[in-house]
Design a protein around this ligand. Structure first.
Ligand SMILES: NC(=O)C1=CN([C@@H]2O[C@H](COP(=O)(O)OP(=O)(O)OC[C@H]3O[C@@H](n4cnc5c(N)ncnc54)[C@H](OP(=O)(O)O)[C@@H]3O)[C@@H](O)[C@H]2O)C=CC1
Ligand SMILES: CC(C)(CO)C(=O)C(=O)O
Length: 320
């Protein structure tokens, strides 16, 4: 394994799910010189032949040749395995992860939602699990064709049993260095659980309301009624975080509101999935936080209402 100070080395990265997020970050790592192995499903043949095309607000680029696979057993063992599937596919992880991650390696979970690191720590032993919260607006618009619309920063935090706060280790530092070498802004967090609840401050109101009300982020922010609803939901997420002893101050909520007002009109990833008839990440983004807060005795009525509405919509549309 390379040390943390080597800018570009032979560290092997695996991308589990080469879509909007995995395709973007994986391509940036390969462009920076890292050895990246991409697992694909429906785009496998196209990407094997033609590589990846990244349209990005930071500059378009193509990777005419990438190491593409449609079978995890054909991939080499990697130092860092990036989980970039939708969480709705996480039932596949017990089959996908063990052959892929090196003993002593890292599994980096870049998915939205809560609790995934805990599940992964039960699947693979003797690896470090790191969570990453991605402030990224990216879509897959065709086979091997990713459109990066905005942002890109990742907040990284180590997973520890029970999500206790963790000091920064050498492993998280070298992952951070690799991404920074690839041009990605990284923030390091010593409290992954707090970082995950903070990300939910955005995902719960906007992902949920965008589907239930058929609205883009700009519409939710300009209408006075939905603007109030968004803020109430954000406050409920903060109440949920408090049940785990994590404090999300009102200033953080105001920052998220301002961030979204400044954002280009955005159809959330959950809305895109809904419109395309794909399963929604309802359990990871709504179900898990609700259950965690409920287990600590807290009632989050508006989030609970939204969860049941989304369950209804996904059942009715056959995408549960
Ligand atoms: N997109 C974004 O800007 C952001 C996304 N996130 C989070 O990142 C995660 C990934 O989201 P996103 O990239 O948008 O989703 P995508 O659907 O674009 O990407 C997931 C990819 O996984 C592939 N896949 C599914 N099953 C398999 C399999 N069995 N083997 C190999 N590949 C498979 C899919 O391939 P196929 O298309 O063939 O099914 C798809 O390309 C989610 O948790 C999301 O919430 C977080 C922040 C921002
Ligand atoms: C907050 C955002 C837009 C990334 O910044 C996101 O996570 C999503 O669309 O799911």
């Amino acid at each position: 394994m390379c040390d943390s100070l080597t800018p570009v080395c032979d560290r092997k990265y695996a991308i589990l799910g080469t879509g909007a997020l995995g395709g973007f970050y994986g391509a940036k790592l390969q462009q920076a010189g890292y050895d990246v192995h991409f697992l694909l499903k429906s785009d496998y043949e196209h990407v094997s032949k033609s590589g990846l095309l990244i349209e990005s607000k930071d500059g378009d680029f193509t990777l005419p040749q990438v190491k593409a696979y449609n079978d995890v057993e054909q991939m080499p063992q990697c130092d860092v395995v990036i989980v970039a599937l939708k969480t709705t596919q996480n039932h596949l992880l017990p089959k996908l992860l063990p052959p892929l991650v090196k003993d002593g390696g890292v599994v980096l979970v870049l998915q939205n939602g809560l609790g995934v690191e805990e599940d992964i720590s039960q699947i693979v032993k003797n690896v470090q699990v790191i969570g990453g919260l991605c402030f990224l607006c990216s879509n897959k618009v065709g086979a091997g064709h990713i459109r990066h619309l905005d942002y890109g920063k990742i907040t990284l935090g180590e997973y520890t049993p029970k999500y206790d706060p963790a000091p920064l280790t050498e492993r998280i530092q070298y992952v951070a260095n690799d991404f920074e070498t690839a041009g990605i802004t990284i923030e390091l967090a010593t409290d992954l659980l707090l970082a995950r609840w903070q990300k939910l401050v955005w995902n719960i109101p906007y992902n949920g309301l965008s589907v239930i009300l058929n609205a883009r982020t700009d519409e939710l922010m300009t209408d006075a009624h939905t603007r109030i609803l968004v803020e109430q939901l954000m406050n409920e997420v903060a109440a949920g975080a408090k049940t785990s002893g994590r404090v999300i101050p009102d200033s953080f909520i105001q920052t998220m509101l301002n961030y979204t007002v400044k954002m280009k009109p955005y159809r959330t990833s959950m809305k895109i999935d809904y419109d395309e008839g794909r399963p929604l990440e309802v359990e990871a983004i709504f179900g898990n936080p609700l259950r965690k807060a409920q287990a600590a005795g807290a009632n989050l009525p508006q989030i609970s209402c939204m969860y049941h509405q989304l369950k209804f919509l996904t059942q009715r549309n056959g995408i549960a």
